[in-house]
Design a protein around this ligand. Structure first.
Ligand SMILES: Cc1cc2nc3c(=O)[nH]c(=O)nc-3n(C[C@H](O)[C@H](O)[C@H](O)COP(=O)(O)OP(=O)(O)OC[C@H]3O[C@@H](n4cnc5c(N)ncnc54)[C@H](O)[C@@H]3O)c2cc1C
Length: 483
């Protein structure tokens, strides 16, 4: 049945806006552009931070601009007629300076005894990952249930035993999904990989462009917003505390005590924000929605930046460090490289998942000491100098994010995902986590901002509609056991 447009009822108090967009990241800005392009001009973006961009977050570090959040266009375009990553298109349009990243071919390997060449192990881990995606993909037409990526690795005989093999696996897997193979769906991680990187499966390309634009990577979305957004359509530095949803609209209460109402609202807050009750929903969300939000996971990806007076490290773009403890300061990226920011003295190391959570609980000084200890074991023959600058962002502790991007666990089924994306009455949801094909990516946030806004426009123009599909209960296709 069509949900009646109660705003059409006589004597009903009018809401402040037709649509409120909660959050000014990629999904929010692209949704706003879509409303604008379809003639729905009475919208406002409500954003807690003092600028647009969300998880596109640049900062000034050691005299350069570096990216605490997203830094790559992942997948570009294959041939002139292949599908283009819309982020690639925007980056070209706004003349953002990028460089191709060769992270599989420009690599030096280390362990806690110094530089050790285990490229053979590394190359075997690439083959294992390709095999993993192939076998996971084969499960779909056979209707086989999902398994964890750990199970899928084991089934193809990839069982990393020593520190080199574990570090190599980490590079292929955790460094992309921000969680371990044990925590991640084999089927969904494989399609996420293929729909972005594999042109034979409808993906864009396997090229990754690293932002080196000193205006910051966020510039592409901020410049895009400037083309259509009026000052009255943007409320920055406005943090939402409560979202009240009903058949007749959505009302927000902000932390400054002010309130705002819309006939419809689109919430683009991260999955982590929804999971952690950083915003209160009234009434509570229905069971199907709560289960979906609780069932998807939010990974964490942390880049730890260091600046030294002078470069003393590898000449490749990347380095892999194998610590006896899997996931301990493993992936090193040199910005002081001829392709990126030569002469900058900047290098950064990435950690993910539970290890990110661990370091977020430590004081900066302790993390710095650990990181320098690792660098010293990579270079046993020199004395690693004191860094001039040191910085990392605590994404998991930040109440505006609570992690870096979503990851699909093996217990999560497609109906859960439909429920994660479904609206409740006039409150809609969009963002990187609500796309099945591209969860975790900038282009995922882009496509969801576009597609969910279009669904809302249908409702707005027809004065009410059914909304997006959901399942009241997610049941087993075949019951477990003999109940
Ligand atoms: C460290 C890191 C590295 C990444 N690397 C890449 C990469 O290289 N390539 C890639 O494609 N993707 C990458 N990603 C993922 C990509 O950044 C995200 O998928 C994308 O930016 C998400 O956009 P969004 O619009 O869905 O959400 P967001 O960007 O989170 O937008 C939501 C907005 O809501 C605001 N908000 C939250 N709570 C409130 C509140 N209570 N009141 C008001 N406003 C609120 C937030 O401030 C935010 O601006 C990375 C992410 C991180 C964190």
């Amino acid at each position: 049945a069509t949900v009646p447009d109660t705003n059409a009822e006589p004597n009903r108090p009018k809401n402040d806006h037709k649509v409120i967009i909660l959050g000014g990241g990629v999904a929010g800005v692209i949704a706003a552009r879509t409303f604008h392009q379809h003639g729905v001009k009475d919208f406002v973006i409500v954003e807690a931070r003092d600028e647009l961009g969300g998880r596109l977050r640049s900062t000034s570090f050691g005299g350069k601009t570096v990216e605490l959040g997203a830094n790559w266009v992942q997948g570009t375009q294959t041939g002139p007629n292949g599908p283009a990553n819309p982020i690639f298109t925007l980056v070209k349009k706004h003349k953002i300076k990028t460089q191709l990243s060769n992270y599989f071919t420009s690599l030096t390997t280390y362990d806690n005894t110094g530089a050790v060449n285990y490229m053979d192990v590394f190359n075997a881990s690439i083959d294992a990952y390709v095999e993993l995606t192939r076998t996971a993909g084969d499960r779909v037409p056979q209707n086989l249930v999902d398994v964890s990526s750990r199970t899928a690795y084991t089934l193809i005989g990839a069982k990393p035993q020593d520190a080199h093999a574990k570090a190599a696996e980490y590079y292929q897997f955790d460094w992309e999904y921000a969680q371990t193979p044990d925590q991640t769906s084999a089927i969904a991680s494989s399609w996420a990989n293929n729909f972005t990187f594999d042109a034979y499966q409808g993906g864009f390309s396997d090229d990754n462009l690293l932002n080196i634009d000193q205006r910051g990577f966020k510039t592409f979305i901020q410049e895009e917003a400037k083309e259509f957004l009026k000052p009255s359509q943007l409320r920055l530095s406005s943090t939402v505390k409560t979202i009240s949803w009903s058949r007749s609209g959505v009302k927000l209460v902000l932390t400054d005590g002010s309130s705002l109402s819309g006939d419809y609202a689109l919430c683009t807050f991260s999955l982590g924000v929804l999971q952690n009750d950083d915003v209160t929903l009234t009434p509570q969300l229905p069971g199907f929605k709560k289960e979906a939000i609780a069932s998807m996971t939010m990974g964490t990806y942390t880049k730890i930046f260091l600046q030294f007076p002078k470069k003393f490290w590898f000449d490749t773009e990347m380095a892999l460090y194998a610590d006896p403890e899997r996931g301990r300061y493993p992936v090193w990226q040199s910005l002081d490289h001829e392709n990126f920011l030569p002469g900058s003295g900047i290098i950064f190391v990435t950690v993910t998942g539970d290890f990110s959570e661990r370091i977020e609980g430590l004081p900066d000084a302790q993390v710095k000491e650990e990181v320098l200890g690792v660098l010293q074991s990579m270079y046993p023959n020199i004395t690693v100098p004191a860094p001039l600058d040191f910085k990392f962002n605590r994404w998991r502790s930040d109440p505006l994010y609570r992690g870096s991007y979503s990851n699909w666990p093996p217990s999560f089924v497609k109906q859960h995902h439909d429920n994660l994306r479904a609206n409740v009455e006039r409150l809609y949801f969009a963002g990187e986590a609500t796309t099945q094909k591209y969860f975790g990516f900038l282009h995922g946030a882009y496509f969801e901002g576009l597609d969910v806004a279009k669904e809302m426009i249908k409702c707005i123009k027809h004065h009410g509609c059914v909304g997006l599909q959901h399942y009241n209960e997610v049941k087993n296709a075949i019951p477990y056991g003999i109940i």
